[in-house]
Design a protein around this ligand. Structure first.
Ligand SMILES: NC(=O)c1ccc[n+]([C@@H]2O[C@H](COP(=O)([O-])OP(=O)(O)OC[C@H]3O[C@@H](n4cnc5c(N)ncnc54)[C@H](OP(=O)(O)O)[C@@H]3O)[C@@H](O)[C@H]2O)c1
Length: 375
């Protein structure tokens, strides 16, 4: 699709820049970097055009909190890719995309984003638009890894994914708005997992429902809590033999997990919203102070079932040292499938269910993520 244009809202942020590099490398689309600082957007576009020897990157002003700026920015664009910390403005962005006749994709992890989009579901379908939510690494990868794993069994019984993020804040430099958004989205933390054929919530007091996963030599065993994403919901219907599934997330470090996060979650309930920037500072301080190397990002699938009448278990690993890269690669793998058009179904979807798993995992490997399968 040589004339197809993608506007990346938050395009000069860390994930936006990594995405732009990969999209230029992997597709023929042109890109517009959009955000509230037009100078930054223009400088980033110029730098990328020079580095990548292209003229396909442009820039424009857009503020997600002001619908009128979105309306003018979205004119002539094929797809809006939301990589800005603007979860609260999801409805405004989605409506502007519908009005401008654009498709939409986001990489948010907050459950509130999907709920806002669900309210527009019938309008999205009637307009024939393709909306993909929950793109990226997590959300985005867990359901794809489970669907990938399921293809290696005749009957799958259990398929759990787990993620580990050891953030090195000396190289990860998210903006203040992104840090605040992360803290605010903790309020919607939903520790749901599927066991013995039913969705169940982890007991926050006893920790019943947590599991230990082995993340390999560098990280070893880590206790993980369930973390529900919309992409997981259809799995038990898709695989009727599946009795155990879910996504589990490893903690940052003991101090952050057992003292700072519970404190922040309590404050989110009782303290006015204007103090959220202080809570974000506290969170970053504790992760920076108490997280020890080795840093890195891992996603793992552990699955069990039957193949040719025999019990079998597999593990699939996806790893990278770079947080923006490990988020951008899955989005681009998904968009490559979207751009082929034959998979571009109208309606509201999630990346974890939208993408075809074998091609997706192969693309992630080819673009530079470390992918390993062991049986
Ligand atoms: N699914 C996944 O695997 C995954 C992984 C990592 C991150 N994420 C999500 O991706 C988002 C960005 O993360 P990041 O690390 O790339 O953050 P970042 O580097 O801080 O970038 C955020 C960008 O959003 C822009 N922005 C903020 N408010 C805006 C507004 N009102 N209108 C337009 N643009 C606005 C910022 O630019 P200005 O402030 O100059 O406008 C900035 O360019 C976050 O929501 C994060 O939760 C998802």
């Amino acid at each position: 699709m040589p004339d197809f244009k993608i506007l990346i809202l938050g395009g000069y942020g860390q994930t936006g820049l990594a995405l732009t590099r990969l999209l230029i490398q992997e597709t023929t689309v042109s890109i517009v970097l959009a955000g509230r600082d037009i100078t930054k957007a223009k400088l980033a576009a110029e730098a990328l055009n020079n580095q990548l020897s292209t003229e396909r990157v442009g820039a424009c002003y857009a503020d997600a909190s002001e619908a009128s700026t979105l309306t003018s920015a979205f004119k002539g664009v094929g797809l809006i890719l939301v990589t800005s910390s603007t979860a609260t403005y999801t409805r405004t962005i989605a409506e502007a995309a519908l009005n401008a006749g654009c498709d939409y994709m986001d990489i948010h992890f907050g459950l509130s984003v999907y709920t806002q989009l669900q309210q527009l579901e019938s309008k999205i379908r009637e307009a024939g638009r393709c909306f993909i939510s929950g793109g990226g690494f997590h959300p985005g990868m867990p359901a794809i890894m489970i669907r990938y794993g399921a293809m290696l069994f005749d009957e799958i019984h259990s398929a759990r994914t787990a993620g580990l993020m050891k953030i090195d804040f000396s190289t990860y430099n998210a903006s203040t708005s992104t840090r605040i958004e992360f803290v605010e989205e903790l309020a919607g933390f939903n520790p749901l997992y599927y066991t013995k054929g039913k969705w169940k919530k982890m007991n926050m007091l006893t920790g019943n429902g947590m599991r230990t996963f082995d993340f390999g030599n560098s990280y070893g065993n880590c206790r993980c809590s369930p973390l529900f994403f919309e992409e997981l919901r259809p799995l038990p219907q898709q695989y009727s033999s599946l009795r155990e599934t879910g996504f589990y997330i490893a903690g940052f470090n003991l101090v952050t997990d057992y003292f700072i996060f519970p404190f922040i979650m309590l404050c989110l309930k009782i303290v006015p919203r204007r103090f959220n920037s202080l809570l974000a500072k506290l969170m970053v301080w504790s992760i920076k102070t108490f997280t020890r190397p080795p840093y890195g990002y891992v996603m793992k699938l552990e699955a069990e079932g039957l193949k040719n009448g025999r019990e079998k278990n597999i593990q699939v690993w996806v790893r990278s040292m770079d947080p923006a890269f490990i988020t951008a690669v899955p989005v681009v793998a998904c968009l490559k499938q979207y751009l082929k058009q034959n998979t571009r179904a109208a309606g509201l979807q999630v990346q974890g269910q939208f993408a075809e798993p074998v091609l997706f995992i192969e693309d992630c490997r080819r673009m530079g993520l470390e992918v390993k399968l062991s049986e």
